[in-house]
Design a protein around this ligand. Structure first.
Ligand code: ADP
Ligand code: MG
Length: 733
């Protein structure tokens, strides 16, 4: 592989640059190489010449303020203290306290001279509060107006001061970096300024830089780290964002190219087979969306390249029948199809609903059934040895045209006769590794359909599922009951908690059932100090059973139960034996209880928008209108929580909610650790749809370019993209 000097410079380990101790501190920030270092972007910039308004300071925050010294006193005592009052030019004051070595001799003159009234300085530290006044205790600081720093032997301070001064002299804007206690922002700035002059050249070919309309790397890095204005800094950051988007898109383009070179057995649709027989007896008419997506799928199944499609459709949008029709098309063509569910409960539910829809079409091998009938095998972890052997046998002989199961399907002994289609329900619970494991079972690659009930904004779909083509099922089957959602702020309306329990009693009296969702399992779960304790399943269930819901049958479901116990509780609720199910979000996925009409979500602010939307999909699944109460005691201190809950209460369109969610979070890690296995996106904002789209277009051009392999820069980028495609970044974090 080619290596140009730019990569050699950038991939150098920080240990070779700053020494072990500092390198270890950098590692805690995820900064291990020179490349990581120069892409460590300031959180914020301050103008070195402008005074900072103290009104904007928030206790607990790490800040750098530019301010003028108003007064300095040195107080001798058990510890010698320098107290300085700073002014921002208004009436607001900020107290600075420094503890200094208790050498009496000339110390007063030294400090009073350094921090004399009228001089301006930059003070970097954590804002605290003392006697109702804002203060900085032991900040790092540098005097901007003409003070000379006297280097004192064995004094760390002098060295620090010198470094801060270097930093402040270089730029009119000062970047504040994500830092740690032991690695303050100015050390980071100083280290960066040390390596910047050693970096020459670019990681991207000229034409890509030009087309992307971003500055060349050297220029961008200078703009990010030593900007002359905020606009320049923003331009520089944009370049680094592009790099990130481009890297990912190159990886995705590479995956697509790999997939396009794979072959699959074509499974053309056959008229007059089991698929037509099913269509003829469906008790409802397919929605336009279901028909359209069906046709797209049939067309792709008929091709010699494996289908790789993502089907997004909200809970209740009718994905199962789309999946079943795809499976039957494959069966008609002589192949087998497998449907993989994330949990045993869901696998069984799929098995039941699919065998019910098929009727005698699913009873192949028995006397007197339909001539085109196939048979359905269920393969889960809880089968007895004999049952499992029987199922495996039907799968390997091809007798079972449809196989439904859980991860048990991924274990070694499962051999298919002729696997033509893999359908994965609720993608988020499956890793790419597992997809690959199933894939490996076929001589030719099977076609692949991934289904998700979580609408995914376009930018994320392009980034994370960039190797899949996306279909959306947006129209809902008719005749579905509506779910009304209300956000109940129990801080402003504490009495409404009781009203929620009454509401549950009313519904149960009318023959309905209810869910109560809590964020925690047991009350002793760790909490962050000062934070509200999350409502716990076990505690709330006990309290309700003894009080507000006395006399009702309560069930409990959570992730720490043994799975057979959980399944039992779930089954009791499905069968209507329990009235109310107190649960954690384990009920989030797919559980179908048409009789459930109310859901109360406790501490709803602890859940994300899409999670809440997903949760409420558990109710209103039958003919009974649903009511979802989002309970949270919000004081208004966290405005985005109220925004989120209002959004969920205000819209039932999951796609719209997904985009709102992205807009509210903007810079947050939208993917969450659970979904991406630890996202590695550093500065790319997934709200940057245009940037991502642009990067995608360029990445595709690079991949199509025959000469790309000869360009050492592109060869390196593609090699990196290959590692990404192999899952190094997105899957393993
Ligand atoms: P999803 O898996 O997308 O959450 P399902 O496939 O389980 O949704 O469908 C939910 C319910 O809607 C099922 O009972 C199904 O039989 C029914 N259904 C599906 N398609 C239609 C349709 N076109 N018209 C009426 N009901 C439908
Ligand atoms: Mg489903």
């Amino acid at each position: 592989m080619f290596h140009t000097p730019i990569y050699r410079d950038l991939s150098r380990s920080l240990r070779d640059v700053v020494g072990d101790k500092t390198a270890t501190q950098f590692a805690r920030l995820g900064v291990n190489t020179v490349d990581d270092l120069v892409r460590h972007v300031p959180r914020r910039y301050i103008a070195g010449s402008q005074m900072t308004s103290f009104e904007t300071l928030v206790p607990g925050e790490e800040v750098a303020v530019v301010a003028r010294v108003e007064r300095t006193d040195v107080k001798f005592g058990a510890r010698t203290r320098v107290e300085t009052i700073l002014s921002d030019g208004t009436n607001e004051k900020l107290r600075v306290t420094l503890f200094v070595p208790p050498k009496k001799d000339r110390i007063k003159d030294y400090w009073a001279g350094l921090l004399k009234p009228g001089v301006r300085g930059i003070f970097i530290g954590k804002v605290g509060e003392f006697n109702d006044q804002l203060q900085l205790t032991h900040p790092d600081f540098v005097i901007l107006d003409g003070a000379r720093i006297t280097a004192k032997k064995d004094s760390d301070r002098a060295q620090k001061q010198a470094a801060i001064q270097r930093v402040t002299q270089r730029a009119t804007m000062i970047g504040l970096y994500p830092a740690t206690g032991k690695l303050p922002t100015w050390v980071i700035a100083d280290t960066i300024s040390m390596v910047l002059p050693t970096i020459h050249g670019d990681t991207l070919p000229d034409w890509v830089v030009r087309e992307a309309q971003v500055p060349p790397l050297e220029e961008a890095l200078r703009e990010v780290h030593e900007p002359v204005s905020l606009d320049h800094a923003e331009r520089g950051i944009e370049r680094l964002r592009f790099d990130e988007a481009f890297g990912i898109q190159l990886a995705m383009a590479h995956r697509r190219a790999t997939l396009a070179s794979e072959t699959a057995t074509p499974r053309p649709r056959r008229a007059g087979g089991i698929l037509d027989a099913l269509d003829a007896r469906l008790p409802f008419e397919l929605t336009d969306g279901q028909k359209l997506i069906g046709d797209t799928i049939f067309e792709e199944l008929a091709g010699a390249q494996p289908m790789h499609r993502l089907l997004q459709g909200e809970v209740g949008s009718g994905k199962t029948v789309v999946a079943l029709r795809a499976m039957l098309a494959v069966v008609d063509a002589g192949g087998q199809a497998v449907l993989v569910a994330p949990t045993e409960v869901l696998a069984k539910q799929h098995y039941q609903s699919i065998t019910a829809m098929l009727g005698d079409l699913g009873q192949g091998g028995m006397l007197g059934t339909h001539p085109d009938a196939t048979s359905v095998a269920l393969l889960t972890g809880s089968l007895s040895t004999a049952e499992r052997r029987e199922a495996l046998n039907r799968i390997v002989t091809g007798e079972a045209g449809i196989v439904i199961g859980t991860h048990a399907l991924f274990s070694d002994p499962v051999e298919f006769f002729d696997l033509g289609l893999v359908i994965i329900d609720e993608q988020h619970r499956f890793g790419v590794d597992q997809r690959a494991a199933l894939n490996a079972k076929a001589a030719n690659k099977p076609h692949m359909l991934v289904m998700t009930a979580t609408p995914i904004p376009r930018s994320i779909a392009m980034t994370i599922f960039g190797d899949l083509t996306v279909s959306e099922l947006r129209d809902r089957p008719r005749g579905r009951a509506e779910v009304q959602t209300v956000f109940v702020n129990t801080y402003t309306h504490p009495a409404w908690v009781e009203r929620a329990w009454e509401r549950i009693r009313e519904e149960v009296a009318a023959g309905r059932q209810a869910f109560i969702v809590c964020p925690a399992i047991s009350p002793d779960e760790k909490t962050v100090e000062g934070e509200r304790r999350p409502t716990a399943v076990t505690e709330l269930a006990n309290r309700l059973a003894a009080g507000p819901l006395k006399g009702l049958n309560l069930g409990i479901v959570h992730g720490k139960q043994p799975s057979d116990e959980r399944d039992r509780e779930m089954a009791a609720f499905v069968a209507g034996k329990t009235d109310v199910l107190v649960a954690t979000t384990v009920i989030e996925v797919g559980v179908d209880v048409p009789n459930a009409s109310v859901m109360v979500v406790m501490d709803a602010d602890r859940f994300g928008i899409s999670q809440l939307h997903q949760l409420r999909g558990r109710i209103g699944r039958g003919a009974h209108p649903g009511l979802c109460l989002l309970m949270a005691p919000l004081t208004g201190e966290e405005p985005t929580a109220i925004q989120r809950l209002d959004a969920v209460a205000g819209s039932t369109d999951g796609f719209q909610l997904a985009e709102i969610d992205l807009a509210i979070r903007r810079e947050g890690d939208v993917l969450g650790a659970g979904q991406s296995g630890g996202s590695s996106l550093k500065i790319l904002r997934l709200a940057d749809v245009d940037l991502i789209e642009h990067a995608k277009g360029l990445a595709e051009r690079v991949m199509r370019d025959e000469r790309a392999g000869d360009d050492p820069l592109l060869a390196d980028l593609i090699a990196k993209a290959e590692r990404v495609a192999a899952g190094e970044w997105l899957e393993k974090g």
